[in-house]
Design a binder for this molecule. Structure first.
Ligand code: FAD
Length: 378
C-alpha cells in the first residue's frame, strides 16, 4: 500500500506515542507532521520516570534504530527498587543483586526521564516535523481527509489523522463516544517534584540511592523516583471517593499540607517533608481506565493510539510501553501490502491494539487494587 506516501499524515500530540510513530513513518518515507500544544521543544517535560519493556517500548525503539541512542540516555540503576512501609522500614531491596545493564532480557526494564526520551525522539525526526504551539481544538471533513483547527487560529489539511493526544484526547470523540471510568483510586502528583533532593530531603534521598521507592501503608501508596538531574519525582495514591480531592485547592501549599496530614495521618514525617519541599504545582489525578471491552468501527482516515485510545492506571508501568508498541504496529499496518486499503489497515491495527491494551489495563487495575489494599507489618 505504497499509496500512503502520497498522503499527508497529521499526528496530534507529541508525547512518546506520537513521536515514535512519526519516526517510524518517516523511516518508511511518509509525509508526516506532528501538531503539539507545547510552545516549543524546550518546554520542560515533567512527571515520573518511565521504564521501558523489552517486548514493547524497547522493541519499538529497536525498530526505530534508536536503541543505541537510548543506551546513552537511560539511567543505569534507576530501575532498582526499595519497598518500605509508612515508617520507612525496608521490606525488599534489589539494589545488591540486580545487574546495571541487561538489554535483551525480558526482566530488564531500564528507566529514562521523560525529558531525555522526548529529546531523543525529536532529534530523530526530519527538521520542521513538529508544529509547536498547535493545540488541536476541532476538525471537519474536507475532501477525502480532515481540516484541523488549532487554538492559535491556524488550520491544516491532512488525509489521515492520528490522535496521540493523551488521556483527555480531543481527537477520540471523532472516533467513539466511549468514556473512561473511575478506577476508585486517586493520586496527587508533584509536577516538578523536589529539586536537589540530596540537600532538601536527605532521608528520602539516601533511601532512594538513585532508584525508586514504593511505600505502602494502610491502603495508601507513595511512589518516589530519582531523576538524572539530582531532582526527584513523586506521587501518592489511595482509594478515595473522587469528590474528596475536588475539595482541596492544590495550588495552595497550606491546603495541600493540611490534606496530606489528614489523609496520610499514620505516615512518618519524612513523607510530609516531600510535600513541604516540593515545588508548588500539585495536580490531583483521579485515575481512570477505558472499559476493557471497548470497541468501535474503524474509519478510513482517522485512528488513535496510546492513552487517547486506552487510558489505563499507571500501576503496571505499561502506559508508555503500550503507546510505543501501538506506534510500531500502526506504522507496520499502514505499510502492509496485504491490506487492500487504509481502512482495512486501521481496522487490523485497532483490533490488535484493543486486545493487547485490555490485557495490560486489566493487569494495571488488579495491581492497583493490590497496591491500595496492602499493609506491611513486621
Ligand atoms: C502519575 C503517573 C505515573 C505514570 N507512570 C508510568 C510509568 O511508570 N510507566 C508507564 O509506562 N506509564 C506511566 N504513566 C502513563 C504514561 O505517562 C502514559 O501512558 C504515556 O505518557 C502515554 O503516552 P502518549 O504518547 O499516549 O500520551 P502523552 O504522554 O499524554 O502525550 C500526549 C501529548 O499530546 C499533547 N496534547 C494533548 N492535548 C493536545 C491537543 N489538544 N493538541 C495538541 N497536542 C496535545 C500533550 O502536550 C502531550 O505532549 C504514568 C502516568 C501518570 C499520570
Amino acid at each position: 500500500m505504497n499509496t500512503i506516501n502520497n498522503k499527508k499524515i497529521a499526528i496530534v500530540g507529541g508525547g512518546p506515542g506520537g513521536l515514535t510513530l512519526a519516526r517510524l513513518l518517516q523511516m518508511k518515507g511518509a509525509n508526516v507532521k506532528v501538531y503539539e500544544r507545547d510552545f516549543n521543544k524546550d518546554a520542560r517535560v515533567q512527571g515520573t520516570t518511565l521504564d521501558l519493556h523489552e517486548e514493547s517500548g524497547l522493541k519499538a525503539l529497536r525498530q526505530a534504530h534508536l536503541l543505541d541512542e537510548f543506551k546513552k540516555k537511560y539511567r543505569p540503576g534507576a530501575d532498582k527498587l526499595i519497598i518500605v512501609n509508612e515508617k520507612a522500614e525496608i521490606f525488599f531491596s534489589d539494589h545488591e543483586e540486580k545487574p546495571e545493564e541487561d538489554f535483551g532480557s525480558e526482566h530488564f526494564r531500564p528507566e529514562i526521564d521523560r525529558g531525555p526520551l522526548r529529546k531523543m525522539l525529536l532529534e530523530s525526526l526530519q527538521p520542521n516535523t513538529v508544529m509547536w504551539d498547535s493545540q488541536f481544538v476541532s476538525m471537519e471533513k474536507e475532501g477525502g481527509g480532515w481540516l484541523l483547527h488549532f487554538k492559535n487560529k491556524a488550520s491544516a489539511y491532512a488525509d489521515i489523522v492520528i490522535g496521540a493526544d493523551g488521556a483527555n484526547s480531543k481527537i477520540r470523540p471523532y472516533i467513539t463516544g466511549i468514556k473512561p471510568f473511575y478506577s476508585g483510586v486517586s493520586g496527587v502528583l508533584s509536577v516538578e517534584g523536589v529539586y536537589n533532593s540530596e540537600t532538601t530531603v536527605p532521608k528520602i534521598h539516601n533511601l532512594l540511592k538513585g532508584g525508586k521507592i514504593m511505600a505502602f501503608g494502610g491502603g495508601k501508596c507513595f511512589t518516589v523516583a530519582a531523576k538524572g538531574d539530582g531532582d526527584l519525582a513523586f506521587y501518592v495514591s489511595y482509594k478515595v471517593d473522587e469528590s474528596r480531592l475536588r475539595n482541596v485547592d492544590f495550588s495552595d501549599k497550606e491546603q495541600v499540607l493540611a490534606w496530606f496530614r489528614s489523609d496520610f495521618a499514620e505516615w512518618d514525617n519524612m513523607w510530609l517533608e516531600l510535600f513541604e519541599n516540593a515545588e508548588t504545582t500539585f495536580i490531583p489525578i483521579p485515575i481512570y481506565s477505558m472499559p476493557l471491552d471497548q470497541t468501535w468501527q474503524a474509519l478510513p482516515n482517522l485512528t488513535m493510539l496510546g492513552d487517547a485510545a486506552h487510558l489505563m492506571p499507571p500501576f503496571a508501568g505499561e502506559g508508555v510501553n503500550m503507546a510505543m508498541l501501538d506506534a510500531l504496529e500502526l506504522s507496520d499496518c499502514l505499510y502492509n501490502e496485504n491490506f487492500s486499503d487504509i481502512q482495512t489497515a486501521i481496522a487490523s491495527f485497532e483490533n490488535q491494539m484493543r486486545k493487547r491494551a485490555a490485557e495490560a489495563a486489566q493487569g494495571s487495575l488488579e495491581n492497583g487494587d493490590k497496591m491500595h489494599s496492602v499493609t506491611l507489618v513486621r
